[in-house]
Design a protein around this ligand. Structure first.
Ligand SMILES: Cc1cn([C@H]2C[C@H](O)[C@@H](COP(=O)(O)OP(=O)(O)O[C@H]3O[C@@H](C)C(=O)[C@@H](O)[C@H]3O)O2)c(=O)[nH]c1=O
Length: 186
């Protein structure tokens, strides 16, 4: 596998080694020792799978007191995956980057604890799977509204399909210190 740095510290794109043959392909989604060597914090304690329609946007999400690291892949279809640095005191606080993840050119995105995460669905449908370093705690959920003008993320969808929860999240500049992910910045 090849690990690529991004503009955000600790956020990596992982290109797996793909073994293609007449049957199709094989790749390793996770290998504890190799991912640890790449700086991807484990252990992972929850695996998720969501399916979404074209134009859906899920995000921007995080957990406050129990931030989750997420290792994200699109195993069917294509998504435009966004990661935002929400770590108070970080030199790149409020900065974001987007990556296309798809089943045609498989790669994974490592979203470290303390970053907001969301994605838009580019294909007719997309199946997204991700491993998490902490479990889901409904009372601990936090979010920033997807179309926060301060972030000005150019989502590649015209009429986004959103959950009521995501529509109601506040802008980043309305969040206080207690509303942000509680992580130490080194
Ligand atoms: C995230 C999650 C949701 N749920 C339930 C709660 C709810 O009834 C239903 C749908 O939840 P949501 O609308 O929050 O799902 P969704 O909008 O897909 O939330 C996810 O978005 C992406 C971008 C992330 O980064 C994830 O961490 C997570 O926040 O599933 C769980 O049981 N476990 C989980 O881990």
């Amino acid at each position: 596998m090849t690990v690529h740095d991004t503009s955000l510290p600790g956020v990596f794109v992982i290109e797996p080694r793909v073994f293609a043959d007449a049957r199709g392909f094989f790749l390793e989604q996770y290998h504890a020792a190799r991912y640890a060597e790449a700086g991807i914090a484990a252990p992972f304690v929850q695996d998720n799978h969501s399916r979404s329609r074209q134009g859906a946007i899920r995000g921007l999400h995080f957990q406050k007191r129990h931030p989750q690291g997420k290792l994200v892949a699109a195993v069917r279809g294509a998504i435009w995956d966004v990661v935002v640095d929400l770590r108070a005191g970080s030199a790149t606080f409020g900065e974001w980057e987007a990556f296309t993840l798809s089943d045609e050119a498989p790669r994974q995105l490592w979203v470290p604890p303390g970053f907001g995460h969301g994605f838009a669905v580019l294909s007719e449908q997309a199946d997204v799977v991700y491993k998490c370093t902490d479990v889901y705690r409904p009372g601990d959920e936090g979010g920033v509204v997807w179309d926060d003008p301060g972030l000005a993320i150019p989502w590649p969808v015209d009429k986004p399909l959103l959950s009521d929860k995501d529509r109601a999240y506040p802008r980043l500049d309305a969040l206080g210190a207690d509303d942000l992910p509680q992580v130490a910045v080194s």
